[in-house]
Write a protein that binds this ligand. Structure first.
Ligand SMILES: [Zn+2]
Length: 237
């Protein structure tokens, strides 16, 4: 490359960078893996490679998720676009009731919560996520699994289509049957028993729900992007 061209490109890059730097209180940093990322005033990444940004955001959220994993009741934490805590709320064993003021402010915010039992996203979770236009919703399960659903940046969201498809995931399949029976056996319940005790049948219902949610999650991992969303899982330690 010609020196003049190189110099020009260097000056241009410096100029652009200083302009970015001057319009807010943030700064450009180089990560350990040598990626350039811009951090806003709150220290949250807002410019740079989207995958790198996702990774940094996940790491920041993991620290918050660690505070609520394994609680005996549900707890919700909501963060604004700068990664600052907007509000938090404690709920019951099965759910947190949000006021209408609270639900109104959820658009494009990030919400995390825990489930006291080993079950993934509920229909209420997905409904809240699509209808209130959250940017990201995460749930941490007792074993440290984190399920994460978010809007795909730069894509249009098909809210109704996504909700209907999630709700309608087909569990009348051999694959589901096999999975459900295996989980039952694991819990000491014989799926082929002529009759279940009252205790077994209660447990069986819980396991069924858990398996359905697992299959909905598997479906979303493969298909959420068709609706403008992204579904991922990770594990916190
Ligand atoms: Zn939930």
């Amino acid at each position: 490359m010609d020196d003049a061209v190189r110099n020009y490109k260097y000056r241009r890059a410096t100029r652009l960078r200083s302009r970015y730097d001057s319009d807010d209180g943030g700064k450009w940093v180089t990560t350990k893996k040598k990626h350039r990322v811009h951090l806003n005033e709150e220290g949250m990444p807002d410019k740079g490679n989207p995958h790198v940004i996702d990774f940094i955001e996940d790491k920041a959220l993991d620290n918050e998720l660690k505070r609520i994993v394994g609680l005996g009741h549900e707890k919700v934490l909501v963060y604004d676009q700068n990664g600052k805590l907007a509000f938090s709320k404690d709920g019951e064993k099965h759910g947190v009731k949000l006021s209408s003021e609270e639900t109104k402010m959820l658009k494009n915010l990030t919400m995390i919560h825990n489930h006291p039992e080993q079950v993934g996203f509920s229909l209420e979770d997905i409904s809240l996520f699509v209808n209130k236009g959250l940017k990201k919703l995460e749930v941490v399960l007792p074993d440290g699994e984190v399920q994460s659903i978010s809007k795909l940046q730069g894509e249009e969201q098909n809210q109704d289509g996504f909700f209907k498809a999630w709700f309608g995931v087909d569990v009348n399949t051999d694959e589901f049957e096999d999975y459900y029976c295996a989980v039952l056996r694991n819990a000491g319940i014989d799926p082929d028993a002529y009759e279940w005790t009252e205790k077994e049948s209660k447990e069986g219902d819980r396991i069924f729900e858990r398996c359905v949610r697992e299959f909905q999650a598997r479906w979303a991992e493969q298909n959420a992007d068709h609706y403008g969303y992204r579904f991922t899982r990770r594990k916190i330690k």
